[in-house]
Design a protein around this ligand. Structure first.
Ligand SMILES: [Fe+2]
Length: 248
């Protein structure tokens, strides 16, 4: 293919813009554990945008038995005690406690991207760096062991270290709903998480289409405030990434 010099410079400018964008995302994630951008290409699909910045976790393939979609629609709904298998079904419109996603996996997804389709400023996404917990947890953080709650008596479950090491990096898992403490260190750590969530959590509001939040799921906990009945049309899309192009 032959390109005119003008086309070539357009393409190199596009490449530079993408490089700058990828660098900005990785710098924010390395420094703060999250990246937030208002009204980021609202006309671009969540899947397309995620593919342009990193490697999407193919949940449809690796968790086919659970019928998980690669792009998940998060919409507020009333609690449903007959099927207590998700935060929405347990907490309904109430606030969601701080947690990391898929904390019961041996290796949880590294990043999650939340993207607003329809939002409201009254609903807040909370973030808490695991470093704030580690700073106040002393030695217990490396001794804390949790175990998934059994869904049925025959289910085989494996204890998990709260702080884990994968691919040369340290990660932190936390989920007070689907994981239970297995030792005193984990019980004591739950008190630290509760205390720090009241003091150190960061508040983000996603209320315009395209508002996009990327969270380092190995280093940040996240939660949600309660949802007023008047904003039941809230719609956030979620997708997971295993890597980001700009991350060294
Ligand atoms: Fe979550």
């Amino acid at each position: 293919m032959n390109l005119s010099s003008e086309q070539g410079s357009d393409l190199s400018m596009l490449g530079l813009q993408r490089q700058l964008r990828d660098d900005a995302i990785s710098t924010a994630l390395n420094s703060h554990g999250y990246f937030f951008l208002k009204e980021w290409q609202p006309e671009t699909s969540t899947f397309e945008l995620a593919c342009s910045i990193g490697s999407v976790v193919d949940l449809e393939k690796i968790a086919a038995a659970y019928k998980l979609a690669n792009v998940q629609a998060l919409k507020p709904r009333e609690s449903d005690e007959s099927s207590p298998h998700s935060y929405s079904s347990v907490y309904g419109l109430k606030g969601f406690p701080l947690h990391t996603d898929y904390a019961h996996w041996g290796t949880p997804p590294r990043f999650l991207m939340l993207r607003c389709q329809a939002g409201d400023p009254s609903v807040i996404t909370y973030l808490l760096p695991s470093s704030c917990i580690a700073d106040h947890a002393g030695q217990i953080i490396d001794r804390a062991i949790v175990v998934p709650r059994r869904k049925h008596p025959a289910q085989t479950i494996c204890p998990l270290a709260v702080r884990y090491r994968k691919a040369g990096r340290t990660g932190f898992r936390w989920d007070s709903l689907f994981l239970r403490p297995l030792n005193q260190a984990a019980e004591a750590l739950a008190d630290v998480v509760q205390a720090r969530s009241n003091l150190d959590q960061i508040a983000i509001t996603m209320h315009d289409p395209g508002d996009t939040l990327i969270i380092d799921n190995w280093h940040m906990l996240h939660g949600r405030s309660e949802v007023p009945h008047r904003v039941l049309n809230r719609h956030i899309e979620r997708i997971y990434l295993s890597n980001l192009r700009g991350l060294k």
